[in-house]
Design a binder for this molecule. Sequence first.
Ligand code: PLP
Length: 409
Amino acid sequence: MTTLGHLQELDSTYVMGTYARKPVGFVKGSGMELYDTNGERYYDFLSGIGTVNLGHCHPAITEVICEQAHALGHVSNYFHIEYRGELAQKLVELSGLGGKVFFANSGAEANEGAIKLARKWAHANKPGASQIVTMTMSFHGRTLATVAATGQPERALPFAPVMPGFTHVVFNDIDDLAHINPESTVAIMLEVVQGESGVWPATHAYLAHVAEFCAQHNVLLIVDEVQSGMYRTGKPFAFQHFNITPDIITSAKALGNGFPIGAVIAGESVCDTFVPGDHGTTFGGGPLACRVALETLSQFESFTSGENNIEAHVEWAGRYLRTRLAEIIGVENVRGIGLMVGFSLGTDVDMDASAFVEAMLSKGFVINAIGGHHIRLLPPLICKKSHIDALISAVYAIIGSHYDIEETE
Ligand code: PLP
């Protein structure tokens, strides 16, 4: 029998210490539920960081993984395979971008692809321009280019020299767009809901100004949908809540419901920029990943909860979760779209986000601390009223005991 102590010992001895892991080891999952090494059940309100959107070990996904593993696991991108073209067609249609897709293995790799695509596009369409402008407090990945793109210098500086070619403007600050040099700029890249920094949605006015700037100055608009895409906010992609049309979007995380896959989806004016030899990957777009992603999309499309399809369900569940959270004294600044939800612990609550997450864990709920007093919730999209009610009761119980208020549930 696996014990937590054994897992901790192996991790600390042999695995690089890039994460401060919580003292729990998970061995099994099903839908909203995770089970630890002692057989204890947890409700997962993090989904492997916005990834297992259909829930853990979804039977249809598990079935196609097994079937495809028996049929064909990997060949290479030198050959035609089943599922890749069909998946690309679906993504092009779902995004409304027209165009074509490049498949990668992760969010960072998809963003690297988008950056390369934009830079090469500029050689023919905007000679001399090379800057990619991104937002303060953004997050685009951990590779050298995406860490430079990420608008949090502390994430790049330990690996100096930081890759040149990226500048940052203040997120949601229309006036700060005036600091962008239109001549030298190839693309503006942003998340329409910033996830890693605490779930901060862009305003409609801000995105309208960004889109106008891009159109006026022949600047590409790249939207990073790695976390916000795949119905996390209710729509297939979060930008679809706003009146903008990106030139390029990137996807990963929930695209394979936990099976690694990333994608660069580029509109018609950009999508033929790469020619053979420009870009590639050994694993990206393989038959197993593409089949799993196709099945994931098909499950989103056929999802129903009562009378609701996926979009209506996520909209309802997100609104219910935010409304219930906002009723709790000590919970402040509840924000987000759909089931991408953030909130802050009030200054009167005498615990920080990390202590709060551990307290929730001890009550059987997996949530996420974004430093300081900010909390992020990204439950599987299948989450029901009963799961939300259970989470709310736990929040009341913890905050109440730290804040001298009565539990009202
Ligand atoms: N972009 C965004 C918006 C993300 O949230 C993340 C990961 O959290 C990434 C990119 C990087 O994705 P990956 O960890 O798959 O490389």
